[in-house]
Structures are given as C-alpha cells and as structure tokens.
Design a binder for this molecule. Structure first.
Ligand SMILES: [Zn+2]
Length: 264
C-alpha cells in the first residue's frame, strides 16, 4: 500500500498527495491514509484553503472546516455502516463510490439542506425549498416530494413499467426495494438506478442554488439512463446491457443478459 497515492486538490487546483496535507496539519495520520485507500477515496477528497480564516475546508461536515478528526470520524462511520448489517449498505459496486458516499450522507442526514443548516444556527435568507419555494427544504422534501423529484420518480416508474414506486423515507430510498420482487440482479441494478436518480436530483438542486444550468425532469432521466448504462456495462464483468432495450424495457434488458451467478 502506498500512502503517497492519496491525493487532494489544493487551492490552486493542483493535485497533491494527501500525506502532504497531513504533514501541513501536523498530524500523524498513516492510519488515516490507509483507511482512505481502503474506502477507495483516492482522488475524491477535495480540500480548499480558506485564506480568511487560515484553515482547510472540505465538503463532508456542516461547517466545512477540515480537520483530521472530521476525516477520522467520517471514516469511522463509513466503517460502521459497512460492517453493521442493521444499517443500510452503502456499497453498490455497479456505480461509483461517490454515489454510495452520497447515500451514506443522506441516511445520516448530513447533506446541507436548509432546514438542517438552520438547526445548526447558520443564518440563512430562507429555509424554503430553493427549487419550488412551496415547503421547508428538508432532505425528504428535496429528494422525494419536490416537484422536480416527483416528476423524475414518475418518469422512472414509467420507464421501468412499475405500477407504483413509493419511497416515504430516506432509508427506504437507500434500501430501494424492487417493486417487481425480482432476482438479485434486477434488485442490484434497480438500487443503482434509485441511487443515481437521488444523486442527480440533488446535483440538480445544487446547480439551481449556485446558478448553474439546470435540467428538466426528462433530461435528468435521460442522464440517469445513460450514466447507469455506462457504469453498469463498465463495472460488471457479467452484465452487458443493450442500449435500446435498456431505455425501453430495462427489466427485459436485464433478464436478456446471460449471467452465471450474481454480478460483479
Ligand atoms: Zn421543492
């Protein structure tokens, strides 16, 4: 294991090794670096320097201040989730780990929705949903009930030809039980679709907040279809989806695939 392959991006956008940051912070963190490698977070930890307060900032805790303790506690919680069967798993190897980390943060209610920021005493102009302005922005609202989310889930339901998909909580969303009571392969792929959908609904919300270009629900669903298609075909040695069948009849597309046992 090489500690020097753990990388971060500095304030100038240059890639440097995480160990360099650890030295800067004056901490002995060989074990931290090892655990980062274990969780395949190499290249996914972004740190920025904040010149005003002379600290490092990152995106995994609410006040965004980076400390080795905050990194350590994130890794401890990831480890607990990964090894505790009573907690929903954050691993679906068909999709990138960053999506699993997003779901883990959602389960732990650690995504910076306005209602949570308000509870932590952060002064906000409004706690209402930045997308629809029809309710207080909670995680449940933005991922499940907001008008964009509702339209996306309805389009996903039609795409998969399900009578109904009904997630009433974030843990249910994470579990992503398949309405079709189908094979484990179907379930794995359905969970991947649900997680990627949640991630892209959240991304679209952030684009809205930060003034970037946002997508309509049909365009979000097209993005979900193409990303899942690409990731599943790249990451699974046994599943090869065919594009036209995938976008018209995904369950048929999956069952059309000859697999020996499981996926991966
Ligand atoms: Zn809304």
């Amino acid at each position: 294991m090489s500690y020097h392959t753990v990388e971060a991006i500095d304030c100038n956008g240059d890639l440097v090794t995480f160990m360099e940051y650890v030295i800067l912070l004056g901490q002995d963190n060989r074990s931290l670096a090892g655990r980062l490698v274990h969780f395949h977070l190499v290249g996914r930890i972004s740190l920025w320097s904040c010149k005003q307060c002379d600290t490092w900032v990152w995106k995994f805790n609410f006040n965004a201040q980076f400390t080795c303790n905050s990194l350590s506690s994130m890794l401890d919680e990831l480890s607990a989730v990964a090894h505790n069967n009573t907690e929903p798993t954050i691993i679906n190897k068909l999709i990138p780990q960053k999506i699993g980390i997003f779901m883990w943060r959602a389960i732990k209610n650690k995504l910076p929705v306005r209602s949570e920021l308000d509870k932590r005493g952060i002064d906000l102009h409004s706690t209402r949903c930045p997308v629809c302005d029809e309710d207080i922005e909670s995680l449940q609202h933005i991922l499940l009930k907001c008008k964009v989310a509702s339209e996306v889930w309805e389009l996903i339901r039609k795409w998969w030809n399900f009578d109904m998909i009904r997630f009433v909580s974030i843990p249910e969303l994470s579990k992503a039980s398949s309405p079709s009571r189908s094979s484990s392969i179907d379930s794995f792929i359905w969970q991947a679709v649900v997680w990627v959908s949640s991630y892209l609904i959240w991304k679209n919300r952030n684009d809205h907040v930060f003034g970037n270009t946002t997508l309509s629900p049909p365009k979000i669903v097209s993005d979900i279809q193409s990303r899942c298609f690409e990731w599943i075909n790249c990451r699974s040695k046994k599943v090869r989806l065919e594009w036209l069948l995938w976008i018209t009849d995904p369950l048929h597309s999956i069952r059309n695939v000859q697999v020996k046992e499981g996926i991966g």
